[in-house]
Design a protein around this ligand. Structure first.
Ligand SMILES: Nc1ncnc2c1ncn2[C@@H]1O[C@H](COP(=O)(O)OP(=O)(O)OP(=O)(O)O)[C@@H](O)[C@H]1O
Length: 326
C-alpha cells in the first residue's frame, strides 16, 4: 500500500505539471463542497433518477420536474424553493426528497448541506417550543450562510408545532435578506400525510369508473384538496398560514401504490441487495401484505414501507430451513 504522503505528493506533482486540476475541484474531490454559483437542479438528471427509482407516482414526478425546470430557469430566484409533499405512508415522499437533495448534493442525506428534521423526533416537547424556535432559526441561518444551496427536509410536518412553522416562515418568504443572509437558493421540502385520504379517494374513483391511473392529473387532486383541506379552516391543516401567503411553490401529491408498484419495490430491493429477482419470492412477499379498500383490495396500506422488513423475514426463514435440512 502507498503511504498517504507519497500519494499526496504524486497527485500534487501531477496537477502542478498538467495544470489540469484547479484548486477548488482538487480540494472538493476530497472534502464535500457547497455547489457553486451556477449550480441548479438538473431536470434531465432528475428525470432519469425518478424514472429509475420512484414507482407509480407520475403526478409527483411531473411536479418535481416542473419545480426543477423552474429553479433552473431562474438565475436569481426571488425566494427559496418550497415543496409540500402529501400522501399516504410508504408511497415515496422521503424517497423523492432524497432524490431531489442528491441532485444538489450527491451525498444526499449524508451530505452536510442536507438537513432532515422529524417533528416527533427533533421537536417532541411542546413546552420547549421557544427553545426549538431559537435553535431551528440559528441552525437554518448558520447553514444557509455556509451554503446557500442548503436543503432542509421536514418530515411529519402535520405534527410540527405551529410556533415552529412561524419560526421557519421568514426564510420561505420573498425577502431579499433576513439578518444579512439571503435564502433564495435554499430548498425546503415539507412531508405530511395531510390530505392522503382525499388523494386516495380520487385514485379509487378513477379506478372504479374504469379510468387509467395515468389519467389522473394534478388538477384532479388539487381541486379536491383545495376544498377539503387547503381552504377548510377547520381542517387544522398545518400550513394554512403558508398557503395564505403563497409561500409554497409546488404541491406534490402521492398516489396510493397498487400491487404492481409494490412488486417493483420488492424487485428493486432484491437487486439493491445483490440478489437476482426471484418472482416466486416476489409473490410470497406480496401475499403477506395487506391492501385496501376491504372489498377491492387495490392499494397497499403501507405502500412499500414494509418491503425491506418482509424480505428480511423471508430470507431469515429460507436460511433457517436450509440449515435445518443440512
Ligand atoms: N413510489 C415508490 N417507488 C419506489 N420505492 C418506494 C416508493 N414508495 C416507497 N418506496 C420505498 O419504501 C420505503 C418507504 O418509502 P418512503 O419513506 O419514501 O415513504 P413515505 O411516503 O415518506 O412514508 P411516510 O409518510 O410513512 O414517512 C423506502 O424504502 C422507499 O424506497
Amino acid at each position: 500500500a502507498l503511504e498517504p504522503l507519497s500519494v499526496g505528493l504524486a497527485i500534487g506533482a501531477a496537477s502542478a505539471l498538467t495544470g489540469f486540476l484547479s484548486y477548488p475541484s482538487f480540494y472538493c474531490s476530497y472534502v464535500e463542497c457547497c455547489p457553486g454559483e451556477g449550480q441548479r437542479l438538473n431536470a434531465s438528471a432528475l428525470r432519469a433518477q425518478l424514472a429509475a427509482r420512484l414507482f407509480g407516482q407520475h403526478v409527483a414526478r411531473d411536479v418535481a420536474l416542473r419545480a426543477a425546470a423552474g429553479a433552473a430557469r431562474r438565475r436569481s430566484p426571488r425566494k427559496a424553493l418550497v415543496l409540500s409533499l402529501h400522501g399516504w405512508g410508504g408511497t415515496g415522499k422521503n424517497l423523492l426528497s432524497q432524490i431531489v437533495a442528491e441532485q444538489l448534493h450527491p451525498a444526499g442525506l449524508r451530505s452536510r448541506f442536507v438537513h432532515l428534521f422529524v417533528a416527533t423526533l427533533h421537536f417532541p416537547h411542546r413546552h420547549l417550543v421557544r427553545l426549538y424556535q431559537e435553535q431551528l432559526q440559528k441552525w437554518i441561518q448558520g447553514n444557509v450562510s455556509a451554503c446557500p444551496h442548503s436543503v432542509f427536509i421536514f418530515d411529519e410536518m402535520d405534527k410540527l408545532h405551529p410556533g415552529l412553522i412561524d419560526a421557519i416562515k421568514p426564510f420561505l418568504d420573498y425577502y431579499e435578506q433576513v439578518n444579512g443572509v439571503s435564502y433564495n437558493k435554499a430548498v425546503f421540502i415539507f412531508l405530511s400525510n395531510a390530505g392522503a385520504n382525499l388523494i386516495n379517494q380520487v385514485a379509487l374513483d378513477f379506478w372504479r369508473s374504469g379510468r387509467q391511473r395515468e389519467e389522473i392529473q394534478l388538477k384532479d387532486l388539487e381541486s379536491v384538496l383545495s376544498v377539503g383541506v387547503f381552504n377548510n379552516k377547520n381542517s387544522g391543516l398545518w400550513h394554512s398560514s403558508l398557503i395564505e401567503k403563497n409561500l409554497i411553490d409546488y404541491f406534490v401529491p402521492f398516489l396510493p401504490l397498487e400491487h404492481k408498484h409494490v412488486k417493483m419495490c420488492i424487485r428493486a430491493e432484491m437487486l439493491s441487495r445483490g440478489h437476482p429477482v426471484d418472482e416466486k419470492v416476489v409473490e410470497e412477499v406480496i401475499e403477506e401484505m395487506t391492501f385496501f379498500p376491504k372489498e377491492e383490495k387495490i392499494y397497499s396500506d403501507k405502500g412499500c414501507k414494509t418491503v425491506q422488513a418482509k424480505l428480511n423475514f423471508h430470507w431469515d426463514a429460507v436460511m433457517r430451513d436450509a440449515k435445518a435440512e443440512s
